[in-house]
Design a protein around this ligand. Structure first.
Ligand code: TRP
Length: 442
């Protein structure tokens, strides 16, 4: 068996976990969720949940990883001597499988757009990149299956070759570049005629817009962006050395996620208002609106292409981590099985992702519970499996683990945050998660 490897520096740890956590969640899912659930009210709930629920939970997952130091379908047993508790790890593993399944749909769209824009199949001059164009692209079953196949294949090759480290190095400049692009889009978007209405929509919380469903989605959104409950962050911290400060990392990840989400909101909503789109467009929102913004810029087509490549990069740093989680859980850190496991896991993901992709074309009419098959996969992961996983971990940490051990791994406590954090995790957060759960079923 391979010894668990370790990060050499805190920066490496922060970069890798941020690369994994910041992906489609903040840039693609946040604007679409906010648009469907009341704009400003959703942003407010998302911020409250992310800071008061997400952050302590992220610190909790980091602490567990640092204490347990092994793959997540084993870590609960190792920490508590209770084998059945590994079920929390398996729950996370299942979540990650399904998540990768619908994640790759969007990854596939990005790839299709990259090709279309690069080959000038889509050009800006005649305004073809409209909502209609989007429907034509996404409504094509074979094209979208091919797109997502390429996305999964890219992910698999990277994981098989074990070049994630190279990618992390690249993310040092790719991520800041993406960030600069986002800011440029925000500025352009805000300067459009009629932008103010959209700005108001996303920044002004109208309390009458808060629905119970919106509360649930906002909680799900903060879980999704912070990767909570999928055990992804536990895995990252299991490679952290004793001295690494998990609190700084957790705060940076939360701050970056909020920043990217807000920027995505500021980029999209003013443009929605300016171009007369509806905020409730759903998953296609970003893809329908952004080209219109780039269309207003000099060299828009070229900039759009660069933006799409950076966006793909952000999605890939998350998807390789999704696949990596499965690989480490099934190989149990035995590297000789890495390639076959990566292959089988990818094939399985490809199979389950097909109905998700077809939800936008031939299976559009198949609607139940939360909506299309795609919507249901997302709902199952973000609003059920992730909260369940996080709930399980709060119970383990609060009820079964030794407080002094936790304190040691929590690290230096200059600001005396350990006790408040501990009581939050022990008493408050499990109740919050359970309450929101119960409400959803009444
Ligand atoms: N947080 C990721 C995003 O915003 C999605 C995600 C959830 C994830 N759980 C994960 C990514 C586990 C990697 C590993 O896009």
């Amino acid at each position: 068996m391979h010894k668990q490897s370790q990060w050499k520096s805190s920066t490496g740890f922060i970069l890798a976990s941020a690369g994994s956590a910041i992906g489609l969640g903040a840039m693609w899912k946040f604007p679409y969720m906010a648009g469907v659930n009341g704009g400003g009210a959703f942003l407010l709930m998302f911020l409250v949940f992310t800071i008061f629920v997400g952050l302590p939970l992220l610190i909790m997952e980091f602490t567990v990883g640092k204490m347990g130091k092994t793959y997540t379908t084993k870590i609960y047993e190792k920490l508590t001597q209770k084998k059945w508790l590994n079920i929390i790890g398996w729950n996370g593993n299942l979540a990650v499988f399904i998540l990768f399944g619908f994640y790759s749909v969007i990854g596939g769209w990005i790839i299709i757009y990259i090709f279309n824009v690069a080959l000038q199949i889509i050009t800006f001059s005649n305004d073809t990149l409209s909502a209609v164009q989007f429907e034509a692209v996404i409504g094509n079953p074979w094209l979208t299956i091919a797109g997502q196949g390429v996305f999964i294949l890219l992910t698999m090759v990277i994981v098989m070759m074990g070049v994630e480290k190279g990618l992390e190095k690249a993310s040092k400049f790719m991520m800041p570049l993406l960030f600069i692009f986002l800011i440029i889009i925000v500025i352009k978007s805000l300067s459009l005629d009629g932008a103010y209405e959209g700005l108001k929509y996303i920044l002004q919380p109208r309390l009458e817009d808060i629905t119970m469903e919106g509360v649930l989605f906002a909680l799900g959104q903060s879980f999704f962006t912070l990767s909570l409950g999928t055990t992804g962050m536990i895995t990252y911290a299991s490679y952290a050395s004793k001295e690494m400060t998990i609190k700084t990392s957790a705060v940076s990840i939360v701050a970056m996620n909020i920043l990217v989400s807000v920027l995505a909101g500021l980029a999209i909503f003013p443009a929605i208002a300016a171009f007369g789109y509806k905020p409730t467009e759903g998953p296609g929102l970003l893809f329908k609106v952004l080209p219109k913004v780039f269309d207003q810029m000099a060299m828009g087509q070229e900039f759009y292409l660069i933006f799409l490549i950076l966006f793909l990069f952000a999605a890939l740093t998350s998807s390789i981590s999704l696949l990596e989680l499965n690989v480490s859980n099934f190989t149990k850190n035995d590297n000789s099985k890495r390639k076959p496991v990566a292959l089988y896991a990818s094939l399985l993901v490809f199979v389950i992702s097909i109905p998700a992709t077809l939800s936008f074309s031939i299976l559009k009419g198949v609607q139940f519970a939360a909506g299309t098959i795609f919507d249901n996969m997302d709902f199952l992961v973000s609003n059920i499996l992730m909260p369940l996983g996080a709930l399980g971990t709060t119970l383990v940490v609060g009820q079964l683990l030794n407080k002094d051990d936790l304190k040691t791994h929590f690290g230096n406590d200059k600001f005396k945050l350990f006790m408040p954090w501990y009581y939050l995790v022990k008493f408050v957060l499990p109740v919050v998660i359970i309450l929101i759960f119960i409400v959803q079923f009444i």
